[in-house]
Design a protein around this ligand. Structure first.
Ligand SMILES: Cc1ncc(COP(=O)(O)O)c(C=O)c1O
Length: 369
């Protein structure tokens, strides 16, 4: 191992285990560097339909009030969510994206010597936040690109504190189903917290997708995470929420920064909740986009993982990193999967009809060369 720098030896040792999250370049910069007129970003599973016009209007209306601190409890947003979900607002915690709730959970519940069980590959933040808490990551390989709940249950030990279930799973887009979840939860002792991260739940079409929020009454060791970043199209504002037993929410709130969700995010999220059209249109876009992309991928004889989310994992083979670079030169940004140990794959967000068409056009040109 190379010698530590002066500041690395000052830092807590666990931070040195963490690989820094690699952010993408701003789209404008990519355009400028490559001399492109237009860039299509299909790399971060955002909603390419955009936010609800109602959310944009709410932000504009609120803009002149940003001299005030936000409401620290997210009063109106939590009330609206509680109403929509049919539960008490004491069961809801708001986060600066659901990302923040993942870090709050690891921070308040995990200590050195303890363990977190997660799928491999799955959403990268579970690993990073676990490592930051000084705890150990227990990775359980996927089975046929799906989280293997039986193997995950077998992987628990007396040291296990948390289990993360990304459902749908990022980056594969697959789900675990009702019956599997039911029998899985029976095997998990109540001293372990099971976190269902449902960032993409609103896109799921499979009827056997579990309604985990209904489980919370019976299973007090369950936390459900949702976000406004995906179907609601508010990724740039950073707002997500967790649903759990009031006792869990109370503990998480102790570590939550008082103004973690800014005022514009709160008003935009609130307005988005009232816009049913946003959900209907976004679901339709992804459903139709999926059909279109599947048919062309089949035509190219490329294998892909059928998805329940707004992205598709596509097998390219050894040339995947090269294809990612070439697509970028064509102005299309997709996500290479090296960080997820799936170097032969790319992950592509389902875009608008013209964006999907441009992606397919570029892909066809590049794979036939
Ligand atoms: C599975 C999963 N969970 C959580 C997040 C983070 O969402 P947020 O923007 O709410 O922090 C993502 C973002 O890509 C994700 O894929």
């Amino acid at each position: 191992m190379s010698k530590q720098t002066q500041f690395q030896s000052l830092a807590i040792p666990d931070i040195l285990k963490v690989k820094t999250y690699q952010p993408g370049k701003p789209m404008e910069e990519v355009k400028r560097e490559l001399g492109l007129k237009k860039v299509i970003k299909l790399a971060s599973n955002e909603n390419l339909l955009g936010p609800s016009p109602k959310a944009v209007k709410a932000i504009k209306n609120y803009a002149s009030m940003i001299n005030f601190y936000p409401n620290g409890s997210g009063y109106y947003l939590k009330k609206a969510l509680a109403e929509k979900l049919g539960l008490e607002d004491t069961r809801i915690i708001l986060g600066n994206g659901s990302d923040e709730i993942v870090s709050l959970i690891t921070r308040v519940f995990l200590q050195k010597g303890e363990e977190t069980v997660m799928g491999d590959p799955s959403f990268l933040m579970y690993r990073i936040d676990t490592q930051l808490s000084g705890a150990r990551v227990i990775s359980v390989p996927l089975n046929d690109f799906r989280l293997d709940l039986s193997a995950m249950a077998k992987a628990i030990s007396p040291k296990t504190k948390l289990i993360f279930i990304s459902n749908p799973n990022n980056p594969t887009g697959t789900i675990v189903k009702k019956d599997e979840v039911k029998s899985f939860l029976k095997k998990i002792p109540s001293r372990i917290l099971v976190i269902f991260d449902e960032a993409y739940s609103e896109y799921v079409e499979d009827k056997d997708y579990p309604q985990t929020i209904d489980l919370i009454d019976g299973e007090n060791n369950v936390i459900v995470l949702r976000t406004f970043s995906k179907i609601y199209g508010l990724a740039g504002l950073r707002v997500g929420y967790g649903i759990a037993a009031p006792e869990i929410v109370e503990i998480l709130n102790r570590a939550r920064p008082p103004f973690n969700v800014n005022s514009l995010a709160q008003v935009a999220a609130l307005a988005s909740l009232k816009d049913k059209n946003q959900i209907t249109r976004s679901r339709k876009l992804v459903k139709e986009g999926k059909k279109f992309l599947y048919s062309h991928l089949k035509r190219f004889k490329l294998s892909f993982i059928p998805t329940e989310a707004n992205f598709i994992l596509i097998k390219i083979g050894k040339k995947a990193p090269l294809l990612e670079k070439r697509l970028l030169k064509e102005g299309i940004i997709v996500r290479g999967m090296k960080a997820y140990n799936l170097a032969d794959y790319i992950r592509v967000t389902i875009g608008t009809k013209p964006q999907n068409e441009e992606f397919i056009k570029a892909l066809e040109k590049l794979i036939s060369n």
